[in-house]
Design a binder for this molecule. Structure first.
Ligand SMILES: Nc1ncnc2c1ncn2[C@@H]1O[C@H](COP(=O)(O)OP(=O)(O)OP(=O)(O)O)[C@@H](O)[C@H]1O
Length: 241
């Protein structure tokens, strides 16, 4: 569904993405992992067309995204830090976005689950970090898109809300959506994803199913499996150096 081919992105001298190629298939759920500053958000924003690669191509359903912005209607995006018109209330913001998208069928399950209706009159600048995250999550799922890109979706949420959001993600996964999720909480990703892509210093170092990674490393937990895979890679690199 999404093909990333030899994508490079430089910011000045920094190679934020360095020759990244990755196939993302419909019905699968991808954990995009890597340390801070490794290029995860840059890759997600490149898929969304919010960052334009320095070179390389990205295809959505076989079409180059650079020539067809319509594909964005098929993606729900939850940013790491949601930036919104700060003087608007939650209700006004949601109405504005509904008006822009002009879509008849809406999925308001998260608005209900997070009880956002009770806070519709609150202005964005007055929200706690967690409530802002809930608004971002509700907006990402609102248009029932076939693709969901979630950048650290559970960060800053209270434990009850984390579970509500994880249930929603699981539900959408079962419905066959393509999910791309970053998180530093690997136990969350273990529950939510089928595949893993590990990115380090802008390079894609590993991509496979989580089951294959666990078999290769002999580890049952994703966190342990990733740590073992990284150690093994470092060992091979030091032998080859
Ligand atoms: N607009 C920009 N201008 C300059 N440098 C940028 C810009 N956006 C990202 N970078 C740099 O690109 C690198 C990759 O950043 P990115 O946000 O993709 O990392 P990340 O893997 O998502 O990190 P984190 O886990 O901290 O969210 C970082 O060194 C970052 O400082």
């Amino acid at each position: 569904m999404i093909s990333i081919k030899q994508v490079h992105k430089t910011f000045g001298k920094l190679h934020a993405l360095n020759d990244v190629s990755l196939e993302l298939a419909s019905g699968k759920s991808y954990a995009l992992i890597g340390p801070n500053g490794s290029g995860k958000t840059t890759l997600m924003k490149s898929i969304l067309g919010l960052v334009v690669p320095t070179s390389g191509q990205i295809y959505f359903d076989g079409k180059l995204i650079a020539r067809d912005w319509q594909y964005r209607d098929k993606i729900g995006y939850m940013p790491q830090i949601g930036r919104y018109p700060e003087n608007m209330t939650i209700g006004q913001l949601i109405d504005m976005i509904k008006n822009i998208r002009q879509q008849d069928t809406l999925d308001e399950e998260l608005i209900d689950a997070f009880k956002l209706y009770k806070m519709f009159g609150k202005r964005m600048h007055a929200l706690s970090g967690g409530t802002r995250q809930k608004v971002s999550a509700a907006l990402a799922f609102l248009f029932d898109t076939p693709v969901l890109i979630l950048d650290e979706p559970t960060a800053g949420l209270d434990p009850v809300s984390v579970e509500l959001l994880k249930e929603k993600i699981q539900h959408e996964k079962r419905r066959g959506k393509l999910l791309i999720i970053t998180s530093h909480i690997l136990s969350d990703l273990d529950e939510l994803t089928t595949d893993v892509a590990y990115i380090y210093e802008g390079k894609l170092h590993y991509s496979n199913s989580i089951e294959a990674l666990k078999t290769e490393t002999g580890e049952k937990r994703l966190g342990k499996a990733i740590a073992t895979m990284i150690t093994q890679k470092q060992l091979i690199d030091s032998i080859n150096a």
